[in-house]
Design a protein around this ligand. Structure first.
Ligand SMILES: [Zn+2]
Length: 66
């Protein structure tokens, strides 16, 4: 896993992420919930607002002072 360089600038938007919920079987505007803080970033999980199922997770690297 190439961890050295991240050529992609982060252009995250504030609008909700749409993910397919495994239970509802539709794309839902998931809620992002902080799961745990790791040395290399923060782990979030995406939760369905309707049934509460986990639709996915992500690890975001810590914000850099650049
Ligand atoms: Zn759901």
């Amino acid at each position: 896993m190439p961890m050295q360089r991240a050529p992609r600038a982060s252009f995250e938007r504030m609008n909700a992420t749409l993910l397919a919920c495994p239970k509802c079987r539709v794309a839902v505007p998931v809620r992002k919930r902080l799961l745990l803080v790791l040395p290399n970033g923060e782990k979030y999980e995406y939760v369905c607002p309707q049934c509460g199922s986990t639709c996915g997770d992500t690890i975001e690297p810590p914000a850099r002072p650049f």
